[in-house]
Design a binder for this molecule. Structure first.
Ligand SMILES: Cc1cc2nc3c(=O)[nH]c(=O)nc-3n(C[C@H](O)[C@H](O)[C@H](O)COP(=O)(O)O)c2cc1C
Length: 353
């Protein structure tokens, strides 16, 4: 049993619940949705359903990778799975390495499939995991897709973290060839750039979860566990979720793009979909609600997000989720400056109809 790894899982949840999001903004205030006053639809005809990784979702939301791998955590994953099943949304588990090396904690992940036999469940391992372990993670859950996380910054702050990242790209390629389900390359809160996306695409990656800066901050979490004055600057490291999404979408590659990092409500979800995300992931806001207020509050929060999304769709003239991509958006502030310098074509967002 890896006591250190198990303790770390509880530490992560405790710090994620205690810390506020940020400190830098994810950029949502830089995106303006255009109100279209001549409403066209009946609210009850607004259709939020989508298909993702061959499963139908009631709306494009995933409870993103959070936990599993220590005794007691089956409670959290069990609740998340019940909520995901009831509301017909996706669910990712936390890194499964603990369950791969120790079968005594495997049930803390497998409970998600037991509670939600038909739903969209995503497995999760490090992008540095051996391909056979990536396959074991998928089989453990009969997962519909596999998230492989790039968490290099977090590892560098952790006293017990990885230091050698040679072979990472080759390993990603190897995992893709070995695993029979879609592989989503995922950050954990520092964002994915254009250049990284191009490299990933060449390796055969067809799905990314950008997980940008502005929400849960793993530099802050690890610095709370292991304070190091010289690494304080890492709290501001990374690409905001909004800039990262604009970077990835600017490439016009046939990728499934999940937007995550600091998303908390229906308006931010709408903006992410408007910028071209296929679905949205939320981790920090949900674990805070669950731990502070309980399961009912979590369920209510998700229902509220869907209701707000539907109202914004109505006010902006979108009847289906796919229509949101045609809604004009205005891009301002720091995000505008970023796009100018990075050569990202943003005119198309403001002028489309
Ligand atoms: C307590 C906690 C544990 C997490 N564990 C994992 C993990 O094991 N694997 C992973 O890919 N991401 C993990 N994440 C990162 C989230 O999936 C997500 O990418 C990140 O928190 C940004 O989204 P947010 O701002 O909505 O929290 C974790 C997040 C939290 C809050």
């Amino acid at each position: 049993m890896d006591i250190k790894r198990e303790e770390r899982k509880f530490d992560h949840i405790a710090h994620a619940v205690e810390l506020e999001k940020g400190p830098d903004s994810a950029g949502w205030d830089d995106i303006e949705v255009i109100h279209q006053a001549l409403f066209r639809y009946d609210l009850q005809d607004i259709d939020t359903r989508i298909e993702l990784f061959d499963k139908e979702l009631d709306f494009p939301l995933i409870i993103n990778a959070l936990t599993g791998g220590a005794k007691g955590l089956e409670k959290i994953n069990g609740i998340l799975a019940s909520v995901a099943q009831e509301l017909k949304i996706g669910l990712a588990v936390g890194s499964q390495m603990a369950g791969i090396v120790n079968k005594e904690v495997r049930h803390t992940y497998q409970i998600t499939r037991q509670k939600n036999p038909e739903g969209l469940i995503l497995a999760n391992v490090s992008a540095l995991a051996q391909p056979k372990d990536a396959l074991a993670a998928v089989e453990m859950l009969e997962a519909d897709a596999l998230q492989i996380h790039l968490n290099g910054v977090q590892e560098l702050i952790m006293a017990e973290g990885d230091r050698d990242f040679r072979g990472l790209a080759d390993n990603v390629q190897e995992i893709i060839t070995r695993v029979p389900v879609p592989v989503i390359v995922k950050e954990v809160g520092f964002g994915i750039s254009k250049e990284t996306t191009q490299q990933l695409y060449k390796l055969g990656v067809r799905s990314v979860d950008i997980s940008g800066k502005g929400g849960t901050n793993f530099a802050s979490i690890e610095l709370a566990r292991n304070p190091r004055e010289s690494l304080e600057f890492l709290r501001h490291w990374g690409i905001t979720t909004v800039c990262s999404l604009l970077e990835v979408k600017d490439l016009n590659l046939p990728l499934t793009v999940i937007a995550s990092g600091g998303i908390e409500n229906g308006l931010e979800m709408f903006k992410a979909l408007g910028l071209g995300a296929d679905a949205v992931g939320i981790a920090g806001a949900f674990v805070k609600t669950l731990i502070r207020e309980g399961e009912e509050s979590l369920t209510k929060k998700i229902i509220d997000i869907k209701e707000a999304l539907k109202i914004i769709m109505l006010t902006s003239g979108a009847q289906k989720i796919a229509d949101i991509k045609n809604n004009p958006l205005v891009i301002k502030g720091d995000t505008w400056f970023w796009c100018q310098q990075r050569g990202i074509n943003i005119k198309k967002y403001a002028q489309r109809s």
